[in-house]
Ligand binder design. Structure first.
Ligand code: ZN
Length: 328
């Protein structure tokens, strides 16, 4: 493959006022039709350094803003201790690792260098969305239906948020059917500052009962690949939810971090998707897959009221951490 080191300065225009060094000054390369930045160079330009933990496989970058872990050929990175999925894999070229420039500007920089003075307006009103309902049961495990437990979790989260002084609304209070598109509309009508959709996961196939953990989704950036990209080709256009890209990502990161640290969930990472609840929302929005109904230890967190409250408390902690960032 032809490797052309780019000297163009056009990326400089994409950068905001945050503290990161401009990509335009770094060693860049075009691969697979996209622009990549040498991680070594990126680390140095941001006042830190990169070193191989396992040569040509695993790289650690330590910056004043926090440390990151990268694996060659993988899209999942570790950012300040939490897993985050990139749109494109890390590429090894010669003896250097490269990261896609769009992942630096769209994912890594907004989390490492959140824009100042605020990532959003103040957070007061929150709309919680209990996934599924009515004729749509969601995942089913025996007689247990996802829609029942998302509602129970939503009510737990509501009670804790209300106690913490937030105004909280639910998209549904009962076993009623709502279209995916109508849910963000309800959030808008209620004047929500944040919108959080709650779900439980399931896995199938051999070994599926071992799959467990939490993952939090936010909307895929325009033109980028979703984490589980299935036939999105040609449909990577800008959506109204993309107005909140940096805030969506920060909210997803803070809730994921809290689920891992507070609720002890296995870290499946911050992921990107173009779900309807994410696409059509106008305020910062995430979709939480809090645990797996198909894993025995995760299932207890869902079905046991006390353990479910721990999941709820973690989600509330994530919201509080996000709110704190908006008020720096
Ligand atoms: Zn669901």
């Amino acid at each position: 493959m032809k490797l052309a080191v780019s000297t163009a300065l056009f990326l400089a225009g994409l950068l905001t006022a945050a503290a990161q060094a401009p990509l335009s000054r770094m060693d860049r390369a075009w691969m697979f039709g996209a622009e990549y930045v040498q991680l070594d160079d990126w680390a140095r330009a941001n006042g830190g350094q990169a070193r191989w933990v396992v040569p040509k496989q695993e790289l650690k970058v330590v910056l004043p803003a926090g440390s990151l872990g990268f694996l060659v050929a993988a899209r999942r990175i570790t950012l300040k201790g939490v897993h985050v999925w990139l749109s494109a894999p890390i590429v090894l070229r010669g003896s250097s690792a490269y990261v896609a420039a769009s992942d630096l500007t769209g994912t890594i920089h907004p989390l490492l260098f959140p824009p100042r003075p605020a990532v959003g307006r103040s957070v007061r009103t929150i709309v919680l969305d209990a996934g599924h309902g009515g004729k749509d049961p969601g995942n089913q495990e025996g007689r247990r239906q996802e829609k029942q437990y998302t509602l129970l979790l939503a009510k737990d989260v509501r009670d804790l948020l209300t106690k913490a002084g937030f105004r909280v609304w639910l998209t549904r209070n009962h076993d009623t059917y709502l279209t995916p598109e109508s849910r963000p509309q309800i959030a808008r009508q209620r004047g929500a500052d944040l919108f959080v959709s709650l779900h439980f996961n399931s896995a199938d196939g051999p070994g599926s009962s071992a799959v467990r953990g939490a993952e939090v989704y936010c909307l895929t950036a325009a033109n980028a690949y979703s984490t589980n990209d299935r036939g999105e080709m040609g449909r990577r256009t800008w959506q109204s939810g993309n107005r909140q890209d940096a805030r969506n990502l920060q909210l997803a990161y803070q809730i994921q971090k809290a689920l891992v640290e507070r609720a002890g969930s296995e870290d499946r990472g911050v992921k990107r998707a173009r779900f309807a609840v994410l696409k059509y929302a106008e305020m910062p929005t995430v979709l939480v897959e809090a645990a797996f109904m198909t894993n025995p230890s995760d299932a207890r967190k869902i079905y046991d009221a006390a353990q479910r409250r721990t999941l709820a408390q973690a989600i509330v902690d994530g919201v509080q951490a996000y709110k704190k960032l908006t008020e720096r």
